[in-house]
Design a protein around this ligand. Structure first.
Ligand SMILES: [Zn+2]
Length: 274
């Protein structure tokens, strides 16, 4: 089989918030300083394909949850020259509100989702606020509508979306969380999404407190290492380090977008400590 064309890979920062350390690390000292949390959508493209990974939230969710929306995710994608109305493939890593809003922006897309994520988000565990809190019912209902509209492609485990982009079920944070592996000029770069909110969740072995299965989350960190060509190529889902350690594709996109198919500055090393 011939090698796929490498993709350019981008992180687009669309929102930010400040969180208490105990909100982001199990076992954190509550006296520690507050930590910033960034919110991203991602995009991969080459001459043949453009794939959007996660769709973020909008104004309404930002207000309701007290997050600072920096720009609508659709506007951020447009700054890269990506017109959501023409995107054919959208991967949803999981259905939490900050990853699966704005679905109406993609009328021509096929949405790629783990079957187990839809079962989780619409099943018995949602009767418990602990599991339901990070889901936005309207966003979940939008996805259900897309199922009835035959726009959702369910996956069970590992799957290839287009040549050079694969999804891999890891679970943990939610029952059906999937991570995304992208072929780039450097090799395989892996978007961890919420398998590792912060690199430190993974490298210091302190899980993020919103979790369906802690053991599965820890196993997910190992899976990320199997998938990435180097530990440095694991991209955490909410870590401000992403904007610090990668460069904007052009000066006008400073603080908005960075290219992830590049060596991180200062060695963004995701090695797991056991
Ligand atoms: Zn998230």
């Amino acid at each position: 089989m011939s090698e796929p064309l490498p993709y350019e890979l981008y992180a687009l920062r669309y929102a930010t918030a400040t969180r208490n350390p105990a909100d982001v690390f199990i076992g954190a000292d509550p006296h520690d300083a507050a930590v910033p949390m960034d919110y991203f959508v991602w995009a991969a493209r080459n001459e043949l394909h453009t794939v959007v990974i996660d769709t973020g939230f909008g104004v309404e969710a930002a207000q309701r949850r007290g997050r600072q929306l920096l720009r609508e995710p659709g506007d951020a994608l447009r700054l890269l020259g990506i017109d959501c109305a023409h995107v054919k493939h959208v991967i949803i890593t999981h259905l939490h509100y900050d990853h699966a809003g704005n679905l109406q922006l993609f009328p021509r897309a096929r949405f790629h989702l783990q079957e187990s994520e839809m079962a989780f988000a619409t099943g018995r565990h949602m009767a418990h606020a602990f599991f339901a809190h990070a889901y936005d019912l309207e966003a979940v209902l939008s996805m259900v509508r897309l199922v009835y509209g035959a726009q959702v492609q369910f996956h069970h485990g590992d799957a290839e979306i287009v040549p050079g982009i694969t999804v891999h079920h890891v679970g943990g944070h939610t029952h059906g969380l999937q991570v995304v592996r992208v072929w780039t000029r450097l090799g395989w770069v892996v978007l961890a999404s919420d398998a590792a909110h912060y690199l430190a969740n993974m490298t210091t072995g302190r899980p993020f407190p919103i979790v369906a299965d802690v053991m599965q989350m820890a196993a997910g960190w190992e899976r990320l290492h199997e998938l990435a060509s180097r530990p440095q190529y694991i991209i955490p889902g909410h870590d401000p380090l992403v904007m610090q350690r990668y460069r904007e594709p052009e000066p006008s996109l400073r603080g908005v977008a960075v290219r992830l198919d590049a060596e991180p500055q200062g060695g963004l090393d995701g090695t797991v400590q056991r």
